[in-house]
Design a protein around this ligand. Structure first.
Ligand code: NAD
Length: 318
């Protein structure tokens, strides 16, 4: 009988955390502890819905707790690997509340690293972000690119990557920072463009479009991101890596809206707004490192991914 890996997933009630937990449980090789403090960034109801199918599994234990609270962490059971997804997410709100973002994202990550050190947990997978690249025309971005974050959120993610390097160097904790590129799919956060656009188009409400529609994003379907995270959980070839998990395909904002219109069979009403501070004009990942180290080869095209989101959206909003 093979021994199951015990994985702590922080932010397990959230979008990526619940999709990841679900996929690892189906795989059958893992025992999961999901930790989440039900942060009020979006609805508690949505997070409880995300958790419901997970808690039915004997291999999933949910703990309500805060990554900043060492007592909460020390009460958790045996752990082999930490996948750290909990964070204050979102670029624009970080500009309104930079101190809180610093506290949760940076102090919270350091607390979790201290916990890993104290408990001798030797594998730490961290959710970083494409936003660390900032404004940089040299696309597609490879991991060695000069980093120029332009929002408090982005700078917290970069700080965490560096903290990871410190703990990897001093204490031999294997630290893998995965830079996610605009992840979408079932249970996507309601503040993100795809979710907001579907919601407004379905309801016949105008959608706010920031800028002239030419900004572009490297949208990654959540199942592809999750395959990369699972490979990182089992990666053992080196002690510190930063790896892009994008899709290596860019879509303009106007192109995205057209694709959503096609999927839901309805025209969008555009409410043109000025560009937002903190937003970058483009994101575009070079994913050759992920291909080499994590056998990462994203395969979901935008229309297929949008249809999967829309199916979930309809079921959850009936
Ligand atoms: P999410 O908000 O859906 O999930 C994050 C979860 O963390 C939430 O359930 C929240 O309640 C929890 N949380 C927040 N503060 C906490 C705390 N102090 N203690 C315990 N739990 C806490 O976000 P997501 O989109 O699933 O993102 C997951 C991670 O991936 C985040 O770190 C985010 O910054 C990163 N990321 C996401 C994207 C994306 O496109 N979704 C892109 C780049 C990076």
């Amino acid at each position: 009988m093979s021994i199951k890996k015990r994985v702590l997933i922080t932010g397990a009630a959230g979008f990526i955390g619940s999709n990841l937990s679900n996929s690892l449980l189906q795989n059958g090789n893992y025992e999961l502890i999901g930790l989440d403090n039900f942060d009020n960034f979006y609805s508690l109801e949505q997070k409880k819905k995300n958790l419901a199918p997970l808690t039915a599994s004997a291999d999933f234990k949910f703990v309500e707790g805060d990554i900043r609270n060492m007592d909460d962490l020390l009460s958790l059971g045996e752990i082999d690997v930490i996948v750290h997804l909990a964070a204050k997410a979102g670029v624009r709100p970080s500009i309104q509340n930079p101190i809180l973002y610093q506290d949760v994202n940076v102090a919270g990550t350091q607390n979790l690293l201290e916990f890993a050190r104290q408990r001798n947990i030797k594998q730490f997978v961290f959710a970083s972000s494409s936003s660390v690249y900032g404004i940089n025309e040299h696309v597609p971005w490879h991991e060695e690119e000069k980093l120029m974050p332009i929002s408090p959120y982005a700078s917290t993610k970069l700080s965490c990557e560096m903290l990871g390097h410190v703990y990897s160097h001093l204490y031999g904790i294997r630290f893998l920072a995965l830079r996610f590129f605009t992840v979408y799919g079932p249970a996507q956060r309601p503040d993100l463009a795809i979710h907001k656009f579907f919601n407004s188009i379905v309801k016949g409400q105008p959608i706010p479009v920031f800028g002239d529609g030419s900004t572009s994003r490297d949208y990654t379907f959540v199942n592809d991101t999750i395959k990369g995270i699972e490979e990182a959980i089992n990666y053992d070839q080196s002690d510190f890596e930063i790896i892009n998990l994008g899709n290596h395909q860019t879509v303009t904002l106007s192109g995205l809206i057209e694709a959503i219109e096609k999927v839901c069979g309805k025209k969008a009403i555009i409410d043109r707004q000025p560009e937002q501070p903190g937003d970058v004009p483009q994101t575009f990942a070079n994913i050759s490192k992920a291909g080499k180290l994590l056998n990462y080869h994203p395969s979901t095209d935008l229309e297929t991914g949008l249809r999967a989101f829309y199916d979930w959206y309809l079921k959850n909003n009936s």
